[in-house]
Design a protein around this ligand. Sequence first.
Ligand SMILES: Nc1ncnc2c1ncn2[C@@H]1O[C@H](COP(=O)(O)OP(=O)(O)OP(=O)(O)O)[C@@H](O)[C@H]1O
Length: 312
Amino acid sequence: MDSNVPEHCPGTQSDDAGKASACAGCPNQTICASGEAKVVDPGLELVKQSLGNVRNKILVLSGKGGVGKSTITALLSRSLALNDQDTNVAVLDIDICGPSQPRVLGVLNEQVHQSGSGWSPVYVEDNLSVMSIGFLLGSPDDAVIWRGPKKNGMIRQFLSEVDWGNLDYLLIDTPPGTSDEHLSATTYLSNAGLTGAIIVTTPQEVALLDVRKEIDFCRKVSVKVLGVVENMALFVCPGCKTVTEIFPAKTGGTKQMCLDMEVPFLGSLPLDPKIARCCDEGKDIFTEFPDSPYLDSLKNVTDKIRKLCNTS
Ligand SMILES: Nc1ncnc2c1ncn2[C@@H]1O[C@H](COP(=O)(O)OP(=O)(O)OP(=O)(O)O)[C@@H](O)[C@H]1O
């Protein structure tokens, strides 16, 4: 991080830039107060250059927390990478306050290294890498309490200073909702050619309400919605095989919401306790439980996303 940024910096784009009490003593105070810093963020060009060899850049979003966004990001990355050893996939975790990719992808104790060409991501497989603020924290229990400009700086660094190499897919795991992280990421990525966003939800009404807001956000910032993935829709009892709807849909569920909002429905994934266990332990469900019905559904979702990317 740029250590010269004051902790409560209002940000170069703010009307208070250079004028807030936090700006006192900052080396950029004069340029910020003059309004010159507001004009062009040099990070935009840096990110564009850095991601020049990344074919598909996909944001993974959710309206609510806990609907399975990080899990789907991780498993989708494994699924894309597994399909073809020549397909290079990476995950960027910009959930700065709750990074979970190092744990879910089983690389919790790894460290990132800095080289002449930038930060090297951590490799989960030969063709699957991950970068997360989780690797930079002293301990997984450390809280990150940052204001918007500092988060923006971190995201810019992640997007412009990681040596990803040639990538077919970069999946970006975000925090829930529409906050500073989303605005930063969409600004930098749109300029660098963002393929689109995948939105994750459960069929629960409260989650679907928030998905509508997420779709609205995408439209306002001109991000294409590749589609919506429904998670934890059904539970098949491993003993008696009874199928239970965990969150019964009262107003038509995710499919109907997709029709109403005119966005593609990418598929439905079941609730499977093996998923939760594998993700908590950082194990790979593809090798641990290759017969899990979850994986069949995930494969269908992956195929649809691959097709959407090849055509977009
Ligand atoms: N299909 C599933 N079956 C069983 N458990 C699941 C499934 N999907 C996710 N989970 C579990 O649900 C919990 C929440 O998932 P996850 O952390 O991916 O959600 P999230 O939307 O990323 O949350 P947040 O945005 O708050 O970080 C995790 O314990 C995860 O293992």
